[in-house]
Design a binder for this molecule. Structure first.
Ligand code: HEM
Length: 326
């Protein structure tokens, strides 16, 4: 069977942007065939601050605030916020409003008297929630799926085990795997977690102390207001926590081995009350995408790839794999 060399990053990025836009705004942006789409362009340019600027802002938050520095591109943020307001207006006048069952419908419903408990979101807040979801949900999910395919390309045994699990999972009359069987797939779940351990989309979690905190019996006090960096990439690559950390081994996270993994040695979605609100959605999007790809294609490793690290994220730029139709 002929193998085709494919830059997988472009395909997956366009697909995950379509998934996030369909579920958030009720419409895909068709970014692959239409790369000049304005929403796609603004989303990809939103985080255009250089690593130096981001580092400066983290090191000197007060000075940065006084200088009016922002991590975001003002033009892209303005575009997305006004596009969000425009979409909101359009949806309010849409006779099918409430039937799309997407994030925009839920946000509009949250403004109705019956649903308001303490606080009613303004239209500007709704528009900024939309931008936040596009920003937080697109690149992260796209990177995660891209890295996953790279990892199973490096570990053919894992890819075959996953393929077997997919082929042995119950399908509906259209040949698709539904929600419950999808979430009962243990190897898929373990492989996704392991892939996010090896290549988390973010590098660090940040927290600001709301009160002075004494660290156990170390005698160290973290003063209130100090920004704490939790270097989760390093924690996830600590050989004492995950032996041979560079190896992609889904077995580490299978239910029978899960108890051997320290609960705070995996941070890909953060921890605590401010962890990733999109985690379940991301799992669903990743699982559906991966199952449908692995069912049809086999992915082969080409060579070690370069990933771009900045202060926050680890992003695959051009990730090339050989793809074979099954
Ligand atoms: C594989 C995909 C994803 C990864 C790895 C990821 C990872 C993260 C991480 C590490 C955080 C910070 C958590 C913390 O500080 O404890 C976060 C926050 C967040 N994520 Fe995700 N995320 C993903 C997908 C998504 C999706 C699909 C959405 C929405 C559609 C989303 C929305 C958010 C939001 C809104 C926050 C901020 C939460 C807050 O501050 O309360 N994420 N994500």
């Amino acid at each position: 069977m002929k193998l085709k060399v494919v830059n997988i990053r472009g395909f997956i990025g366009a697909l995950t942007l379509d998934i996030v836009c369909s579920c958030t705004l009720g419409q895909p942006v068709d970014n692959y065939d239409n790369p000049e789409n304005k929403i796609a362009e603004a989303t990809s340019r939103l985080f255009e601050a250089t690593p130096f600027k981001k580092g400066f802002m983290l090191a000197f938050p007060w000075v940065s605030r006084m200088l009016g520095l922002s991590e975001f591109s003002g033009a892209s943020a303005d575009f997305l916020n006004s596009a969000g307001l425009e979409l909101l207006k359009k949806r309010r006048n849409d006779p099918n409003r409430g039937k799309y069952n997407d994030f925009l419908d839920s946000l509009i419903a949250s403004q109705s008297e019956a649903n308001v408990k303490k606080y009613k979101l303004s239209d500007v807040e709704i528009a900024s929630q939309i931008s936040a979801f596009l920003l937080a949900g697109n690149d992260t999910t796209g990177s995660a799926v891209t890295y996953f395919l790279y990892n199973i390309g490096r570990n053919q045994k894992a890819q075959e085990k996953l393929y077997e699990e997919i082929m042995n999972t119950e399908v509906n009359s259209k040949g698709n795997i539904e929600y419950e069987p999808l979430f009962a797939m243990k190897y898929l779940d373990a492989a996704i977690t392991e892939s996010l351990r090896v290549f988390p989309a973010d590098y660090v979690n940040l927290r600001v102390g709301s009160q002075d905190y004494v660290l156990g019996d170390t005698g160290i006090t973290i003063p209130k207001g100090v920004t704490i960096w939790i270097p989760h990439y390093s924690i996830q690559h600590d050989p004492e926590l995950h032996p041979e950390p560079e190896q992609f081994r889904p077995e580490r996270f299978l239910p029978e081995n899960k108890d051997n993994v320290h609960p705070y040695s995996f941070f890909a979605f953060g921890h605590g009350p401010r962890n990733c609100v999109g985690m379940r959605f991301a799992h669903l999007a990743m699982k559906l995408t991966i199952v449908n790809l692995v069912k049809r294609f086999k992915f082969h490793f080409v060579n070690e790839q370069k990933f771009v690290k900045d202060h926050f994220s680890l992003s695959p730029v051009d990730l090339v794999l050989k793809v074979e139709q099954r």
